[in-house]
Design a protein around this ligand. Sequence first.
Ligand SMILES: C[C@H](O)[C@H](O)[C@@H](O)[C@@H](O)C(=O)O
Ligand SMILES: [Mg+2]
Length: 394
Amino acid sequence: MSEPTIKQVRAYTVRGGGADYHDQAEGHWIDSQIATPMSKYPEYRMTRRSFGLNVLGTLVVEVEASDGTVGFAVTTGGEIGAWIVEKHLARFIEGKQVTEIEKIWDQMFNATLYYGRKGVVINTISCVDLALWDLLGKVRQLPVHQLLGGPVRDELVFYATGARPDLAKEMGFIGGKMPLVHGPAEGDEGLQKNLEHLAKMRSAVGDDFWLMYDCWMSLDVNYATRLAQGAQAYDLKWIEEALPPDDYWGYAQLKRDVPKGMLVNTGEHEATRWGFRMLLEMECCDVIQPDVGWCGGITELIKISALADAHNKLVVPHGSSVYSYHFVITRHNSPFAEFLMMAPKADEVVPMFNPLLLDEPVPENGRMAASKLDKPGFGVRLNPDCELSRPYQH
Ligand SMILES: C[C@H](O)[C@H](O)[C@@H](O)[C@@H](O)C(=O)O
Ligand SMILES: [Mg+2]
């Protein structure tokens, strides 16, 4: 039976939240002082927009089939991603059958190997891949999770990432992950402030609620080890992305040195099965956290997840809205999911890619029934009020 073919791929950009969720207005918790690899420079310490964390913007990829069905997806990628789609990747997409997802992925990856492998090129490939899975789901009239083998549980449970784990507990989440504020450049005084904040949050949430620190690549092994040792008193559940992504050796050391029982997690800025093979085979972490919009898409995350499963490791994808929910609900080794609190004060649940997607499901009382994910594809629509621009055409 001949399947519909892909008639056209189009790439758009949009600013202001959406998939580039760091692209927020001033005063948002996600742009408050947060430790980063740039914090050693005082002029770039107080906000992440100051060093350009929001420069890319959102990439939107649409794939239109010969029968008129349109699939789409969004990720962090902006104009660079749009150029890569229109000027390079389109040739591997247009004319293919909607079922040739694996072949399209392999051609996109190998054709960009000389300038890609990680970062915005893999973000872009991920976005095309997600759009293709959305298209296939819409052509088959099935949600993506059904194309992946179907749910292994009736609902998703979430931890919340944001500045207010105390409020996250009240909203029914299973835990709260806070951004680390002070990095090594602020010395022992900053380390003490990090521990005092953790202590304050622990007394606010009580003993039976997970608390985690997200260190966003900002530390060195010694600082991270001392932070972990100090945090043990407050039952820190995991220390996340303590080191730069390429420091596999440092992660292996940190994992050996943290207090027994504390998890070392990382992976949101890692890409492809080869990057995660390094994390797994070098014993770098307890839980890998690929972002499906940054690691290579669903097609690559299937491979990454199977590799992790063989290593008996959990895969808890970095929050990426419906794109991770449809995956997590189908995997035994993904027992819970991340929800990023995108309200400016982290005091209410709003859709993660707000305002870009319509019908974007959100957790209720920290949970989401599988039935909330039953529309075809990823079950979301682009918000027509968000003005897209198409900077390049092929
Ligand atoms: C909250 C963290 O600083 C990042 O902004 C967040 O995107 C990411 O690290 C996460 O794990 O959610
Ligand atoms: Mg993180």
